[in-house]
Design a protein around this ligand. Structure first.
Ligand code: SF4
Length: 366
């Protein structure tokens, strides 16, 4: 039997360890913080515009991919006033390739509101931020903590992993989110809330990685429950993913000399406002014949050539498989209604989503 004095001692040592974590984290962050384009240098104040822009871009997208896009946006629109004065089309073009395009539409809508209703100044509370387009609870907490020093903890995937390991959270995600949020809050320092959050993000990305975490270098290793059990990689525990049903369709790559036939998707819905080559509907269990019947009708386009293979793409809610048909139209063939010809050497200026870039590359044999 374990003597009660020993239990008391153990309890005490765990409490001290828990209380020391925020300071340990900050000390580690001060030595090892990542240099990121949107982060100010140590001691410099954060710019809410840069924090907001980076947080929107980082939703669903990794740091490496976001970096060049962030730089391009900042060079073109150095502040929220400038971005709020741009057209949605310009923003979509600049965003093209980053995916999840509703973010770009919300980004633009948010900049317009901050410019028009807030004099170009972001609200400095979570509540005020959440009232803006495209800012949910996580993003509001991240901006409030990082840009305004509010004592709140935004929990992203990296933080979820660190916290679930540190406390060996057995509950499955996503149900475990409120518990993880509560536990993550215990890691906030009394001041420098934004640095506490960024320290955990950096720790998750560089040390507490999904596979083979380098626990020996972790500032929190002393009291980590998953490490003590030697079971780091089983956390966070997750409910099995439901993947959507495969949808199928056809895409039509039509050239007229050095031009390509394109159209703009409706403003609302998936990939709203983006440019695409004509496609059939995307439906579960659609056969090739039904898809080909939806090819654009034009006098000049007579023969469709089916490209070998298919283009696949995975959206959040469903995977997609597209058969690609190519055709050549004679000079002066008119574009069918709602479509237009664009020079192939200016395709980079069009707001094509990634799936369309793949289709065009496949169709043109690039
Ligand atoms: S000790 Fe290991 S598992 Fe625990 S938080 Fe640190 S890196 Fe992650």
């Amino acid at each position: 039997m374990i003597p009660s004095a020993a239990i008391k001692k153990k309890k005490h040592s765990v409490t001290v360890c828990g209380a020391a974590r925020p300071a340990l984290l900050l000390a580690w962050y001060d030595r090892h913080r990542r240099r990121l384009p949107w982060r100010p240098l140590p001691g410099e104040p954060a710019d809410p515009y840069r924090v907001w822009l980076s947080e929107i871009m980082l939703q669903q997208t990794g740091v490496k991919t976001v970096g060049p896009y962030f730089e391009k946006f900042i060079a073109r629109w150095p502040d929220v006033e400038a971005l709020g004065g741009a057209s949605l089309d310009e923003v979509l073009r600049m965003w093209a390739g980053l995916g999840y395009y509703s973010r770009a539409r919300n980004l633009h809508a948010c900049a317009v509101v901050v410019r028009r209703d807030h004099g170009g100044v972001f609200p400095d509370t979570e509540q005020g931020l959440r009232a803006l387009p495209g800012i949910g609870p996580y993003t509001a907490a991240a901006i409030a903590a990082i840009a305004f020093g509010r004592r709140t903890m935004p929990v992203d995937g990296n933080i979820e992993r660190v916290v679930s390991r540190l406390f060996a959270v057995e509950e499955l995600l996503p149900q475990a989110k409120p518990l993880i949020q509560e536990l993550a809050t215990t890691l906030l320092a009394d001041s420098r809330a934004g640095d506490s959050a960024q320290a955990l993000m950096d720790l998750g990305s560089s040390i507490c990685t999904p596979k083979k975490p380098t626990c020996a270098l972790c500032p929190l290793n002393d009291g980590c429950a998953a490490r003590a059990r030697g079971e780091q990689e089983i956390f966070p525990r997750k409910a099995p993913k439901k993947t959507g049903t495969l949808r199928r369709g056809a895409a039509f790559v039509v050239t007229r000399g050095n031009e390509l036939l394109v159209r703009t998707r409706p403003e609302k819905g998936l990939l709203g406002g983006m440019t695409e080559v004509p496609t059939s509907d995307w439906l579960a269990a659609q056969d090739d014949k039904a898809a080909l019947e939806q090819a654009p009708a034009s006098k000049g386009i007579a023969r469709w050539h089916r490209k070998t293979g298919v283009v696949t793409h995975v959206f959040t809610h469903f995977p997609l498989e597209l058969v690609v048909y190519a055709a050549k139209a004679p000079a002066r063939t008119r574009a069918p209604e709602g479509m237009r010809w664009v020079p192939i050497d200016t395709l980079a200026d069009e707001a094509f989503p990634n799936v369309m870039r793949k289709v065009i590359a496949h169709g043109l044999g690039l």
